[in-house]
Every structure is written in C-alpha cells, then in structure tokens.
Ligand binder design. Sequence first.
Ligand code: SAH
Length: 240
Amino acid sequence: MTIKLGLMGAMDEEIALLLGAMEEKKAVVVGGVTFTEGQLHGLTVVVCRSGVGKVNAAVTTQILVDRFQVSAIIFTGVAGAVDPQLNIGDIVISSSCQQHDMDVTALGFERGVIPYQAVSDFLTDAQLMKLAKDACSRVCHNHNYIIGKVLSGDQFIADHSVVSRLYEEMGGACVEMEGAALAQVSYLNDIPYVVLRSMSDKADGSAHVNFAEFTVEASRRSYEIVNDMLVHWNSTVEQA
Ligand code: SAH
C-alpha cells in the first residue's frame, strides 16, 4: 500500500511553505476546504487548511480519511504556551490531545471528559511522536521542544488565570483550537496522528500584540520540523 500523508494547518500561514515546496500539485475543493495533493520528498501528501476551530478540524480530518484515504495525519501550526517553561518560538509535540472546553462538570464529570465515551484524551501515535522528536533534535537549534498534552477549545485564550487552570487542572503544555478534534476523528477512524505546535503567544493579555508578529515565524519553524520528518520518513516509519 502506498503511504499517503495528510498535512493540515488551520490558517494560510501554517500551510503556505508546504504548498510552496510540493510538486505535481492537484487541488480539489471538498466541503469548502481546498485539498492539494502532490509530492513532497518522494511521498504523496495532501495539504489542507481546515480553518479555525474544532468543527472545521473535525470535518477536514474526516474528509482526509474518506476522500483521500490518508494513512497518517500531521498537524502543523501555532499555539499559546501553557507550560511555564515554554517561550515564544518553542515547540510542543503532542503526546495526546484533549478538549479543554468539554465541560460536563455539572453532572459530575471531570473537565475535558466526554460523557459516556471510553476515551477523551486521545494519544498520539508513538512512531510519529518519535519521528517528530528526532526532527526537532535536528532542526530546533535556538528553541526548546517538549512532548506534552495539547489542549483544544473554541476559544482564543488570552488570560493568565485561564492558563494557570489549564496547566494545573488539565496538565496542558499548550492551548489551541483544532488538535483535539483532529485527534478524536483520527481515533474514531484508527488513523495515527501527531500535532506540532510552535508557540506564537503566551495565551495571556499580550497575545493580541504578539500574535500576528510571531505567527509567520512560528509557522516557519513548525514547517521545518514537518519537512525534516518527511525527509526521514522512509527510514523511520514502517511501510504499511
Ligand atoms: N488569524 C486570526 C486568529 C486565528 S485564531 C487573526 O488574524 O487574529 C488562533 C489560531 O491560532 C487557531 O488556529 C489556534 O489553533 C491557534 N492559537 C494560537 N494561540 C492561541 C491561543 N492563545 N488560544 C487559542 N488558540 C491559539
């Protein structure tokens, strides 16, 4: 079976460099999202921009599975730092993803737990995590990288007290708006995934000042990691 990889970002900046590097591109619009299939470092890839938020990410992931039959999905993008050791530009490789705004605490469920469902914290594939970690060790010279839990919700977090809660109560490394949706749909379809996020802001009151300034730079860093993962794909990941 030929490997086909889904490469997803939420915003134009996050996929621009991937689109620029691809060859033999062919674009098709499904569900309002443009999917560009082509070649990158000898691999067949499908690059798409889901749009912001969990619903967009979930729909886009399901289309990648149904229409493009991808065998794995990598998300590349930016996020707000939650773990206090992270600085702007640092990288988080997902160990798992969970929705921080899934809140059925009124009925006695812990925050982030999806009622009546076996899994709410969706684990990243171990091989993809290792490939991402090895890529970071080669590419990230001036920035730190950690493996940690990615928290997702339909809110741009710009409040230090929320950051503290996400860190202490939910053990998050960073916060964004798509990862857990992609992870949940991947889990339901038994597709391996990893989320890579470069910190664009500290999810505090200065986010609006930092955001645009750091997004382009952070997206470039995230792209470099994905690029390196693809270069080393065949020697690391078992062909299915
Ligand atoms: N492009 C818009 C903002 C997009 S929303 C603008 O010009 O203002 C933020 C995007 O970046 C989402 O895709 C989300 O996944 C990520 N993100 C970065 N920092 C975040 C934060 N502090 N809280 C939530 N999402 C964040």
